[in-house]
Ligand binder design. Structure first.
Ligand SMILES: O=P(O)(O)OC[C@H]1O[C@H](OP(=O)(O)OP(=O)(O)O)[C@H](O)[C@@H]1O
Ligand SMILES: NC(=O)CC[C@H](N)C(=O)O
Ligand SMILES: [Mg+2]
Length: 504
């Protein structure tokens, strides 16, 4: 899940984009990039690493201009190479730079069609393909100065060819900023503004928290299939560019990805998590009527709001029994299983007194590979817990994700082909309980009943874009299982990469 941002401002935007990316860091820890438009040239800095490490003062000084886009990356296609960090750049027409959150599902088909059009894609990234597709459609216009309608026509043609999930910001030299969201709105995108003495500044971002952090006011979510165009002189245009748009936002944004202080599609992420806690608390009370739980303990950080509500519903004490090292990032979005495994104990440590002699209910937002739960249960026992129960605010994750979450192979999922008892046995829990899917959907929908459905494929195997079959999933397994990724990334660093980087 990456984070994207785009701004057309009235003064230099480098610091604003940087600040926005720092609050979107939870969406991608692998690489970061910013492109600004300095008169008629792009200024680019992108590299592997966290935002605070990628941009040194010397880079910031060169990122001049009143408009720009930014990206934080969590790779879900291609490799982790710095050359696949975003934004991507293509020189024709105009000069376009693009940042993408999501994952395309017809990448191969699109790559072939681009080859037939004599377009070259230099990396294995699906986002570079998306950029070339947009460029190719804009090329068709032949205008030297684009109208908003010409930009929207190009986006409509991109929609017609592209399958999968994509929220995009793209900067076109001499023209403006275009942002669009796939026809199901799988990935989030929000629009905001800032009134200044010299006019209105506009900004789009993955989450509202990015607007809050830089003092922009939220205008509204970008609708599924909709495109936003902001000319460099600051005029805002919008148009629906998809033929049959319909809301199906990814439910995992609410479970795990997004920050609780964000609002996505008019749903407060925090409120949806509290609702998840209420639903799960009610289920535990009903199904474990004679339970012997003494205390509810969250597994920081994402599950804290959920666990607190479970404790309240069950009339049990809530204790923060694990301390999180604030300098270690999110475990699940780390690139390899070894690194993920090692990081759990470096990240979380138990306060023994909260466990000694007690029956504890550990709460997490989700169990994906079981990396966290298995180790955390072991830690709870080492800290002296008598019994360790486990509650997951998401149902069993049994199917791969193809829309921008790196869960490409079912074999890596602990719940794949296993029932709750078998999962409890593997992670070493005395009992386990999962949220029902209908309750999870309801927990989010309660905050915005206008959303009729969500993208829930990891739980039910139903892929909203209707183009995902077993042979596609097998292909993905080959391409993106942990071993394949590790092999592919072995050469990184020795490869010659073609991207603009600021030399020391
Ligand atoms: O079953 P697993 O494969 O371990 O994945 C699930 C865990 O990973 C995430 O935590 P993470 O540490 O990424 O982030 P957080 O601090 O926001 O909870 C999520 O909140 C679960 O705790
Ligand atoms: N998580 C994402 O949104 C990833 C975007 C894109 N597919 C990449 O791998 O760079
Ligand atoms: Mg967690």
């Amino acid at each position: 899940m990456c984070g994207i941002v785009g701004i057309v401002g009235k003064s230099t935007v480098n610091q604003t984009i940087y600040d926005a990316l720092t609050v979107l860091q939870h969406r991608g820890q692998d690489a970061a990039g910013i492109v600004t438009v300095d008169v008629n040239a792009f200024r680019l800095r992108k590299a592997n690493g966290l935002v605070r490490d990628v941009f040194e003062p010397k880079h910031m000084q060169r990122l001049q201009g009143n408009a720009g886009i930014g990206h934080v990356r969590y790779p879900t296609a291609g490799s982790s190479s710095a050359s696949e960090a975003q934004p991507f750049y293509v020189n024709s027409p105009f000069g376009i730079s693009l940042a993408h959150n999501g994952n395309l599902t017809n990448t191969l088909e699109l790559a072939e069609s681009l080859i037939r059009k004599r377009r070259h894609v230099n990396t294995t990234s699906d986002s570079e393909i998306l950029l070339n597709l947009l460029a190719d459609e804009l090329q068709e216009t032949r205008s030297l100065s684009l109208s908003a309608d010409e930009v929207f026509d190009a986006v409509a043609k991109v929609h017609a060819q592209t399958r999968g999930a994509y929220a995009v910001t793209a900067m076109i030299i001499g023209q403006g900023l275009v942002a669009f969201r796939d026809p199901f709105g799988i990935r989030p995108l929000i629009l905001g503004k800032n009134e200044t003495a010299t006019g209105t500044e506009y900004m789009v971002a993955s989450e509202s928290v990015a607007l809050d952090a830089v003092g922009f006011e939220v205008m509204r979510d970008v609708a599924p299939g909709e495109a936003i165009y902001i000319s460099l002189d600051g005029q805002l245009f919008t148009r629906q560019c998809a033929v049959e748009p319909s809301y199906a936002p990814c439910i995992f944004e609410f479970v795990y990805f997004a920050r609780p202080d964000s609002s996505i599609d008019k749903v407060s992420v925090y409120a949806s998590r509290v609702n998840m806690g209420a639903k799960l608390g009610a289920k535990i009370k009903k199904e474990w009527e004679d339970h012997d739980i003494d205390v509810v303990i969250p597994i920081p950080e994402t599950s804290c709001d959920i666990a607190l509500e479970i404790a309240r519903c069950m009339d049990l004490p809530y204790r923060q029994g694990f301390v999180k090292n604030r300098y270690i990032g999110r475990t699940f979005i780390m690139p390899g299983q070894q690194e993920r495994k090692k990081s759990v104990r470096r990240k979380l440590n138990a306060i023994n007194t909260e466990f000694k002699g007690k029956n504890v209910l550990l709460v997490d937002d989700s169990i994906v590979r079981g990396t966290t739960s298995e180790q955390i249960i072991e830690m709870a026992r080492e800290a002296g817990a008598k019994k360790v129960y486990f509650a997951s605010a998401a149902p069993e994750i049994r199917f791969p994700n193809v829309y921008g979450i790196d869960m490409p192979t079912s074999n890596e999922l602990i719940a794949h082909g296993r029932d709750a008892d078998e999962i409890a046995k593997i992670i070493g829990a005395d009992g386990i309980i999962f949220q029902d899917l209908t309750d999870l959907v309801e927990a989010v929908r309660m905050e915005n009943p206008d959303i009729k459905r969500f993208e829930t494929s990891v739980f039910d195997g139903h892929y909203i874009t209707n183009d995902v079959n077993q042979s596609y999933l097998d292909h993905l397994t080959q391409l993106r299982n942990d071993d394949a990724k590790a092999n592919r990334n072995k050469d990184i660093g020795t490869n010659l990469e073609m991207h603009n980087e600021c030399h020391p």
